[in-house]
Ligand binder design. Structure first.
Ligand code: ATP
Ligand code: MG
Length: 435
């Protein structure tokens, strides 16, 4: 017997019971982005490999170990995108969106990284990201963080995420820091693992990313990046902290926070949670004032962030199961006998014309009233509309409130008024998060 073909390890199917939650969460995220004046940009999921090597940095985990890279039939070296910023900048330059302009953009979609799959870490995962081009002030960084904070409030998870903040300074400051780090790391070379020893020469700042606890302990005595920061970066950072204080957004300054991608400068931040085990970073971002120029565009300051949607959904499901609940039907239409099925379909279409926002399901496959009501319950319907021979002949329908059990007969032409009163008065499910 042939073995069934299965999905690729670390790449998930999202089944209807989960997609309902995804849709609700995505809608909330997009509404917030919209309220801050961001517009969507949609980008390919495959780009030329050198784009990621140049943007993210050749000596980073993402580029060294995690990219899905292949040669296509034409011999081109391509990669599945591991993140969204590089492609966004590439598109911005290509279409002349950035030079001398201000752009507030967001994107959403699958990203790919060859990592060991575990809870909150997959090989295909999804990110929603926001990028602002053309402004260098700390007020822009602050408002981006306000936006993310509003995401958490809208999703009811604000108590379960914490903001960590750092400044990694300008390129020049990092060059000086690099020298200091190499000197420090050389003194402790015997205690470094192979990865860190290699990085010590290629990209010593990346050693700060290490997950190795022994080396992390060693790093307590390492030079601190912020001490190497230029005045401009320090002033930028103080103003950002001030704006966060004024807005009442708590944060911790984490001097070791550097993020895993090379393009950042000045502000870096992460929203972390303790509720997802070691996959604790939900959202990360920062400034990348050099990237546009580095990729061939005219120098354009920028700041952005990206969030892993799987981790966000895991957190929402843990903290706020209300949002995670399955979608229910609002109305379920039941018929007395097969002969009335066409009448039921007609009535359902009529109601969808007048009330397009209701989730309205007709019963398929006949069955006794008991069976049909059982299905209405299974779909969580609030109201059942029951069409019997007598009602159909008289242009009427029985309206049954499945929450209270009460029922009444109404003219079919009058049902939409009744449904509107139920579903706009807060008594129905329309107003709850179940939709
Ligand atoms: P981590 O340290 O957990 O590997 P990262 O620093 O590599 O995260 P970023 O490149 O900053 O992550 O991506 C932003 C967000 O995307 C992360 O905070 C996380 O929520 C999500 N993310 C990153 N990699 C994965 C993955 N393999 N599976 C699921 N989500 C991911
Ligand atoms: Mg990673």
């Amino acid at each position: 017997m042939k073995k069934n073909i299965r999905a690729i390890r670390g790449m998930n199917d999202y089944l209807p019971e989960e997609t309902a939650c995804w849709q609700r969460v995505e809608k909330i995220l997009k509404n917030v982005l919209d309220s801050y004046g961001y517009s969507e940009i949609r980008l390919p999921i495959i780009e030329q490999t050198p784009l990621f090597q140049r943007a993210i940095g050749a000596v980073t985990d993402v580029v060294e170990k995690e990219m899905y890279t292949f040669t296509d039939r034409n011999g081109d070296n391509l990669s599945l995108r591991p993140e969204g910023t590089a492609g966004c900048v590439r598109a911005g330059i290509e279409h002349g969106l950035l030079y001398n302009q201000e752009k507030r953009l967001w994107y959403m979609g699958p990203m790919f990284r060859y990592e060991r799959p575990q809870k909150g870490r997959y090989r295909q995962f999804h990110q929603i990201g926001a990028e602002v081009f053309g402004q260098r002030g700390p007020d822009v960084d602050a408002e981006l963080i306000f936006l993310t904070a509003r995401w958490w409030r809208a999703l009811g998870i604000q108590k379960d995420v914490a903001l960590e903040l750092n400044s990694i300074g300008a390129m020049e400051a990092r060059a000086r820091y690099r020298e200091a780090m190499i000197i420090f790391l050389r003194q402790h070379e015997d205690r470094l693992d192979e990865d860190c020893r290699r990085r010590m020469h290629t990209n010593p700042m990346r050693v700060l990313d290490t997950k190795n606890p022994d080396i992390q302990a060693l790093l307590n005595d390492a030079p601190v990046l912020v001490n190497y920061c230029d005045n401009d970066s320090q002033a930028h950072f103080s103003r950002l902290c001030e704006l966060l204080n004024l807005a009442g957004i708590p944060y911790t300054i984490n001097p070791r926070l550097v993020r895993g991608l090379d393009y950042y400068n000045k502000t870096v931040f992460e929203w972390v949670t303790t509720r997802l085990g070691s996959q604790g970073t939900v959202c990360g971002g920062g400034r990348y004032d050099g990237l546009v120029e580095q990729l061939g565009g005219r120098a354009t300051p920028a700041v952005g962030c990206a969030m892993g949607i799987e981790r966000l959904i895991l957190l929402v499901q843990t903290v706020n199961p209300d949002i995670a609940a399955e979608t229910r039907a609002d109305v379920y239409l039941v018929a007395e006998g097969e002969g009335l099925q066409s009448e039921v379909l007609r009535l359902a279409e009529q109601l969808r014309d007048t009330q397009p926002s209701l989730r309205l399901m007709t019963n398929y496959g006949g069955g006794s009233f008991k069976k049909q009501f059982g299905r209405a319950d299974k779909h969580g319907a609030r109201i059942a509309l029951v069409l019997g021979e007598r009602e159909a002949a008289a242009g009427q329908v029985v309206v049954k409130d499945l929450a209270t059990g009460s029922q009444e007969i109404r003219a079919q032409n009058d049902v939409d008024t009744y449904l509107r009163s139920i579903f706009s008065s807060g008594k129905g499910y329309r107003e709850s998060l179940h939709r």
